[in-house]
Write a protein that binds this ligand. Structure first.
Ligand code: VGL
Ligand code: ZN
Length: 208
């Protein structure tokens, strides 16, 4: 696929807590690192996200007496899956994976830092009102097509892809550079929802 100066690679949440041994390990999460590194060296623009929660974040099961990780609760903004404590600001689990070669990154968007609001999407938090600033950044820089890689396919990649489409961007997910958590078929549903929204799919070999 031919790339242009308005293309960016967005690497979602490739952080220690989402890798084997981490607090919320995504199956085969480490497999995204090699393709991400190849793409990161190749795409004209590189943007990263980091899940970045304060201690006691409302998405943590530990903050909901009687609840366990992967239970669902109702928050003021709707349903919320509860997670093990993960990606706490300033901890090793929140660090980018040590094998990532992303020195070229021009922007790092942190999300999920409001104690009472989760944010899977890199654009819009779970209240669907609070903006991260990423849409404005992309607009100011004239970046109109996003290639998505990272973790997890069925949560942060999915929501980021859908919100990017809603913001009028072209979106292509690099299928071998993402992995999912997969709660009750959520990975298959994520691919369907992204296809419905006009999100493209490509392999890293077609790009770099
Ligand atoms: C994520 C669950 C909780 C993700 C972040 O990066 O997909 N999933 N926080
Ligand atoms: Zn999180």
């Amino acid at each position: 696929m031919k790339l242009t100066g308005t293309d960016a690679l967005l690497v979602v949440d490739v952080q220690n807590d989402f890798l084997p041994g981490g607090a919320l390990a995504v199956p085969e999460g480490e497999a995204v690192i090699a393709p991400v590194n190849r793409l990161a060296a190749h795409l004209p623009h590189l943007i990263l996200t980091q899940d970045w929660h304060p201690t006691g974040h409302a998405s943590f099961a530990s903050c909901h007496p009687g609840k366990r990780p992967f239970d669902t609760v109702t928050m003021p903004y709707g349903a919320q899956v509860l997670w093990p404590d993960h990606c706490v600001q300033g901890t090793a689990g929140a660090d980018l994976a040590p094998g990532l070669r992303v020195e070229r990154a021009q922007m790092v968007i942190r999300k999920g830092y409001h104690r009472h609001i989760d944010s899977y999407s890199a654009f819009l938090e779970a209240d669907r009102r609070t903006r991260t600033g990423l849409a404005g950044y992309l607009a100011e820089r004239g970046l109109t097509r996003l290639f998505l890689a990272g973790l997890a396919t069925d949560f942060c990649v999915l929501w980021t892809a859908l919100d990017a489409r809603a913001a009028g961007l072209e979106v292509v997910v690099v299928e071998d550079a993402v992995r999912g958590i997969d709660l009750d078929g959520s990975v298959a549903r994520a691919w369907e929802a992204m296809a419905q929204a006009g999100v493209g799919r490509i392999t890293s070999a077609e790009l770099a």
